[in-house]
Design a binder for this molecule. Structure first.
Ligand SMILES: [Zn+2]
Length: 481
């Protein structure tokens, strides 16, 4: 069987020829550290700690005077900021950058395990000599790093007299971690009403991953989310005559629910490579060692083998499956009464190419095998997001920015597993890319929403550099002569 050659496409993302300028900037890391003690924990608007969000807004104004003088700033919800840096009279494009101010709370039981207090923004020197040091705390990765790095970029560019040719917009939400309904969604609604559409959006999402991709364990890979999975929960109910527990029937509502949950572990669908993962393979397979490259080159024969490989880690499974897991269960009222019903709520994350209706149908079919029925319980959006282009020049420019700031990294599209604020802007942008420009290994990724969330000082400085490149490439502006 001939082996089809796989050609590397990494050279498509050569360092841009356009001159990207990095105006001198001091104290970026200090300002990131200062942003961490604001405990901007997302809340329903009625419960929001408005004093903290007010103070954080004042901190931004005080730290970035040139941004607030140069850009138009609107407030949505109570504390969501929408900034516009107008392009020139010949502008034809609109670009939107998204980051969020809010953070998730810290599990009180984990506090003792933190190397520095979670809302300290403390600097801890690195003892291994690999990097200068680390800033600790909630938001150092998700997502104050992006927000502050963008503000640093805007402050330095606007202070230097940079004039974007194209329009630049920035949305800094207040409740991304709980869906964005009182933040980014209001900005999106405004854009919809005003007929403001975007050529491209850049939001958080993928990272530059090291050590997590089979075959590329030693190479950093920039995973740029070109789609995000959908979110759907389903309620499955089992009704069966109960009775006295002294004379039970062979089957009960609870035993049927248990059978259903057991069967759910087998999965509702077969694993598959959805569109963003096809792009991932095209971008990365040519960079893999010969043995794996051969497997990818003969996909028509080896697909089951490859999918099998991806079932071995929980990330691999999430990338290739419409996941389904029971998350809530309730039944029974008294220890000596066999209940007449049992209820199981299940959560699914949906791949591009599968619809929520497909998923509900599968739940219903499986439930029926155990005498149960299925109904939608909670949905966010309508399935997975559309898949954005990797051929488009706006994607290529993100790839170029990666190569300029992280020359050793490979560029690849990716499927974002979790939700982001950009889902609120669905239908408003030609392309949406989800990427946080930071190199992280698996342990560091665990800090996101977990223990010891931290960022290296040079990692943060590179984030600022990355946004400098993307903002300048997308906006195609000029510095004063
Ligand atoms: Zn986030």
């Amino acid at each position: 069987m001939p082996i089809i050659g796989l050609k590397s496409i990494q050279s498509d993302y050569v360092v841009p020829t356009e001159a990207v300028v990095f105006p001198p900037l001091r104290g970026s890391v200090d300002r990131l550290a200062s942003s961490i003690p604001f405990e901007t924990i997302s809340q329903d608007p009625r419960m929001l700690d408005t004093a903290t969000f007010d103070a954080f807004g004042q901190f931004l104004r005080a730290s970035y005077p040139s941004v607030f003088n140069t850009l138009e700033v609107d407030t949505f919800g109570t504390h969501t900021y929408f900034l516009h840096w107008p392009g020139t009279a010949t502008a034809t494009k609109n670009y939107l950058f998204i980051a969020h101010q809010d953070v998730v709370p810290v599990d009180q039981k984990s506090i003792a395990e933190w190397s520095a207090a979670p809302f300290s923004g403390a600097f801890v020197a690195d003892s291994t000599g690999g990097v200068e040091g680390w800033i600790y705390g909630r938001g150092t990765l998700d997502d104050k790093s992006a927000l502050i790095a963008l503000m640093e970029t805007l402050e330095s560019l606007s202070y230097s007299g940079y004039q974007p040719k194209e329009h630049l917009y920035f949305c800094f939400g207040q409740d991304e971690e709980i869906g964005g309904k009182a933040g980014a969604a209001l900005v999106a609604e405004h854009c919809r009403e005003a007929g403001l559409n975007f050529d491209a959006i850049l939001d958080e999402g993928g990272i530059i991953s090291t050590g997590s991709i089979p075959g590329l364990e030693t190479t950093p890979v920039a995973l740029i989310g070109t789609a995000e999975k959908g979110y759907l929960s389903v309620e499955v109910t089992f009704n069966l005559a109960g009775g006295h527990s002294s004379m039970p029937n062979e089957e009960t509502a609870i035993s049927r629910a248990a059978g259903f949950i057991e069967a759910l572990n087998e999965g509702l669908f077969q694993p598959e490579f959805s569109a963003p993962l096809e792009g991932f393979i095209t971008h990365l397979a040519p960079e893999m060692p010969w043995s794996l490259k051969t497997v990818f080159a003969n996909r028509f024969l080896t697909e089951p083998l490859l999918l099998n490989l991806y079932q071995k880690s929980h990330t691999g499974r999430a990338l290739t499956n419409n996941t389904a897991v029971a998350t809530m269960i309730s039944s029974g009222i008294k220890d000596n009464v066999v209940p007449a019903s049992a209820r199981v709520v299940c959560n699914s994350r949906i791949l591009p190419g599968t619809t929520p209706e497909d998923v509900i149908e599968r739940y219903a079919a499986l439930a029926a095998r155990f005498g149960g029925t299925a109904a939608p319980y909670h949905t966010i959006g309508s399935g997975a997001s559309p898949t954005s282009s990797t051929e488009h020049v706006d994607f290529v420019k993100i790839g170029q920015a990666v190569k300029q700031v992280f020359p050793e990294a490979l560029v690849s599209p990716y499927l974002t597993i979790g939700g982001t604020d950009s889902k609120n802007f669905e239908g408003l942008a030609e392309n949406t890319y989800r990427f946080l420009p930071i190199v992280l290994n698996a342990e560091e990724v665990g800090g996101i929403h977990g223990t010891n969330e931290r960022i290296s000082t040079n990692g943060f400085n590179k984030m600022v550099d990355f946004y400098h490149v993307v903002v300048q490439l997308w906006s195609a502006g000029k510095f004063p002569q």
